[in-house]
Every structure is written in structure tokens, then in C-alpha cells.
Write a protein that binds this ligand. Structure first.
Ligand SMILES: Cc1cc2nc3c(=O)[nH]c(=O)nc-3n(C[C@H](O)[C@H](O)[C@H](O)COP(=O)(O)O)c2cc1C
Length: 357
């Protein structure tokens, strides 16, 4: 048996193999944030396709954190029954599913949230774009509590765990990064103070879900922007994760969209966060999940064999081929995804899907 199809463990949870579906925004929820039937069907198909663990697209923990319309919500108890329909559908196919929870911070827009976007500091997301409002102490506390309550709802809805979205320049990433956190109070000014938001979010979630419930983080380990977080800063975060009672870390990077690289066609273009993951591996014994341009079984197998990662995470390939794990087992060597990024719905369209020919 290949390593890719050996069972793996995260906390006390056993997963059938080492393939993870990386969080992928669905753009398939209704106005209240409830998953609609096509979204449940998409998750059923993924579970049938044999992936060891599914992570949902980012779900907003607070009204002020909805990144885009059609985004799934986990900010209100009323959502629990429709979320439960999703987890039941996945479990009925023998799958495991965790929810990624998020707040968009400065990446939110007033047309979606009907209020000024909130952020650690008033640094616009786009050059010349609107300045977000700086969070005050009360609002920071409220949002930390919102992450905790959202995780409690995910657990109540039957999810097998929760993943904090700590990557791609959303609220946690905005606190972590010196490019977006200019505060000089208890929430910024030194690496330790910038990381305090994440530390307190993790603690609020643990308080809510208890000690045994799987808690993961997708971590932006390096920003790749001027004055942003360096790899050394990112490794410093990794160093703390076990103390903060996280059960696994998925390594990603990029403060903006640098995490979804285009045109991954050759094996040497795959696994574009491997150097960063190797640094993380030197720093932590937590299960490590690697995402970013993984396409060929042989590349995945090599990374698992060398011990850098324990799990391999895929986003775009599973949009195109939700049954890729089964296809791999039947001998297909490589995902047919061409990394063209047309899976994102164009303006006026909704629903993530492969739009490549
Ligand atoms: C359509 C689309 C939606 C995405 N949504 C999310 C998301 O909700 N949360 C997240 O952490 N990453 C999200 N990502 C990033 C992916 O999870 C992944 O990190 C990235 O695409 C690189 O992996 P890949 O080469 O396997 O696609 C998204 C990517 C795409 C293409």
C-alpha cells in the first residue's frame, strides 16, 4: 500500500487516508448563510470520491465578517439544522468533514456587510481602496467570542472538527502580519502581541468545544509582500501551536492571492509551499498538512515519505475531479486540473465549479 492511502490520525480522529480537501469557498449558501441543496450534493460527491478529510469553505463567524454573498454562515444558532444536513450527508457516505471558520476583516466590503469593514488597523486591502475601521478593545473581545461560539455551533451540527482560517490575509492573518497590524496596544507592536488575537481565539474555541475536539489551523506562514510576515515570523507561530492546543497545521501562505498559483503543469512547479513546510516540520511534531499545487501522486508520495507532511491537501483538483482519490487508487497518476483559476465564479455567477474545457 502506498503511504497516501494509509490511515492517518489528527488528535483522536482516524482518517481513512492522507488526502484532505482543502477549504474551498462554495458560493452556494442562501441569503441567511444556509447551505443550499447543490452544496450538500457537492459534499456528498466529495465523500463518495474517497478523500480522507473534507474541510468546508470558510464560514463567517460574525455578521461583520462575511467576505462575499453566497458565503456560508456559522454566526447564528438558526443555521445549525441546515449545517447538520450537510454533515449527515457526508457521514452517510462514510466521509469526515470539518468546518473552516473565518472573519474577513478588511477583506469584507460594505455592500455585503452593510457596515464599514473592521480590521486591526486602518490599512486598505487594495491600493487607494476604502480604509477599514480600526477595531476597539470591546469589538476585539466580541469577535474572539464569536469564533468560540461558531466552533460550538459547528460541533453541535456534527462536524468532525474545526479549522481556524489563519491564512490568506483574513482577520487572524491581519493581526499576525506587521503589514496590516500597526497597533501599539496589547494587540500589536511585537510578534507576541500580534499573535495574541490568534492565541485568544484558539483559547475561546477550546473553552467552547472541550479538550478532545479536533482543532486545526490553516496558517499563512509567510506573506510574500513588502513589510509583511517573514518565514521566521511564521515559524514562530508554528512553535506555539501545540501549547495553544491546536491538533494540526495546514501550511499555506500569501497575504493576498499569492496562495492560488496558476499554471501548475510540471512536477517541479508542484508543492510550492514545500520549502516553508520543511521549516515548519523542523519546529513542530504536530500533524502537518501541505497545500498548494499538489497534482501528481509521485510528488505527494515523496513528500509523505520524506516526512515533511503527514497529509496532502488539494483544492482545485477536487473541484474538477471530486473522485480523484478513487482514480488515484485505480492507477491515474496525476490530477487533470490545469490550475487556470476559472473555478472562481465570474461576476454575476455563483457556485464553485470547474470551468476549464
Ligand atoms: C475557488 C477557490 C476557493 C477557495 N476558498 C478557500 C477558502 O474558503 N479557504 C481557504 O483557506 N482557502 C481557500 N482557497 C485556497 C485553497 O484552499 C488552496 O489553498 C489553494 O487553492 C492552493 O491549493 P490547490 O493548488 O490544490 O488549488 C480557495 C481556492 C479556490 C481556487
Amino acid at each position: 500500500m502506498t503511504k497516501l492511502f494509509e490511515p492517518g490520525k489528527i488528535g483522536d480522529l482516524t482518517l481513512a487516508n492522507r488526502l484532505v480537501r482543502s477549504a474551498t469557498a462554495e458560493y452556494m449558501a442562501d441569503a441567511a448563510g444556509r447551505p443550499e441543496p447543490p452544496m450538500v450534493e457537492m459534499y456528498e460527491a466529495l465523500a463518495r470520491g474517497g478523500v480522507g478529510l473534507i474541510v468546508t469553505g470558510h464560514a463567517f463567524v460574525h455578521r461583520s465578517g462575511r467576505r462575499h454573498i453566497k458565503m456560508t454562515g456559522v454566526h447564528d444558532d438558526d443555521l445549525i439544522p441546515s449545517l447538520e444536513a450537510l454533515t449527515k450527508a457526508v457521514h452517510a457516505q462514510g466521509g469526515k468533514v470539518m468546518m473552516q471558520i473565518n472573519h474577513g476583516g478588511r477583506r469584507c466590503t460594505e455592500d455585503v456587510i452593510n457596515q464599514e469593514p473592521l480590521a486591526p488597523s486602518p490599512v486598505p486591502h487594495t491600493k487607494g481602496g476604502p480604509r477599514p475601521r480600526e477595531l476597539n478593545e470591546t469589538q476585539i473581545r466580541e469577535l474572539i467570542g464569536a469564533y468560540g461560539r461558531a466552533a460550538g455551533r459547528a460541533k453541535a451540527a456534527g462536524f468532525d472538527g474545526v479549522q481556524l482560517h489563519g491564512a490568506h490575509g483574513y482577520l487572524i492573518g491581519q493581526f499576525n502580519s506587521p503589514a496590516t497590524n500597526w497597533r501599539k496596544d496589547g494587540w500589536g507592536g511585537s510578534v507576541a502581541r500580534r499573535l495574541r488575537f490568534l492565541e485568544e481565539v484558539a483559547a475561546a474555541v477550546r473553552d467552547e468545544v472541550g479538550g478532545d475536539y479536533p482543532l486545526l489551523i490553516k496558517l499563512g506562514i509567510q506573506d510574500f509582500v513588502r513589510d509583511g510576515m517573514t518565514l521566521d515570523d511564521g515559524v514562530e507561530i508554528v512553535r506555539h501551536l501545540e501549547d495553544w492546543e491546536l491538533d494540526a497545521v495546514e501550511i499555506s501562505g500569501g497575504l493576498d492571492s499569492q496562495n492560488v498559483r496558476k499554471d501548475i503543469l510540471r512536477p517541479d512547479e508542484e508543492a510550492y509551499f514545500l520549502p516553508q513546510a520543511r521549516k515548519a516540520r523542523e519546529t513542530t511534531d504536530l500533524p502537518l498538512i501541505l497545500v498548494g499545487g499538489l497534482r501528481s501522486q509521485s510528488v505527494m508520495e515523496r513528500i509523505l515519505e520524506e516526512g515533511t507532511a503527514d497529509f496532502i491537501s488539494l483544492c482545485r483538483p477536487l473541484i474538477r475531479e471530486p473522485d480523484l482519490p478513487l482514480r488515484f487508487q485505480e492507477g491515474q497518476d496525476k490530477a487533470s486540473c490545469i490550475s487556470c483559476n476559472r473555478c472562481w465564479p465570474p461576476p454575476g455567477e455563483y457556485g464553485v465549479k470547474c470551468r476549464a474545457s
